[in-house]
Design a protein around this ligand. Structure first.
Ligand SMILES: [Cu+2]
Length: 120
């Protein structure tokens, strides 16, 4: 009797794990969340949903809400909004997958990393 209860609990735990594992993004399935990225600059920081991930070549809207000059500039210069003080500038993710560190050319302490994924 006690043994069957333990097995039941173990099955339940495995079932829960299977559900959470299937929720992870599958690199072979098109994920619409990676078609577009919106990055907000606020209080001298970059804020983006979905962990700054996007597929190759897709548009990135960068909005500066600070009212002071900022940029979002790849360390390797593969993308760059240029310096802007307000509004939204649209750039595009590089065509080569990889991790792309970026920074603000005005404020060196502002940094982030863009993860560019291949097309599925
Ligand atoms: Cu800045």
């Amino acid at each position: 009797m006690k043994r069957s209860v333990v097995i039941g609990a173990l099955t339940l735990a495995l079932g829960t794990f299977a559900v959470s594992a299937s929720a992870l993004p599958d690199p072979h399935v098109h994920n619409p969340k990676l078609d577009h990225l919106a990055v907000r600059i606020q209080h001298f920081r970059y804020h983006a949903p979905h962990h700054d991930r996007i597929m190759v070549g897709r548009p990135i809207d960068v909005t500066n809400t600070d009212g002071v000059p900022h940029s979002l500039t790849a360390d390797d210069a593969s993308f760059d909004t240029g310096v802007f003080t307000s509004g939204t500038v649209t750039i595009h993710a590089p065509e080569e997958p990889g991790d792309y560190p970026f920074h603000c050319t005005i404020h060196p302490g502002m940094t982030g990393v863009l993860e560019v994924l291949p097309n599925p």
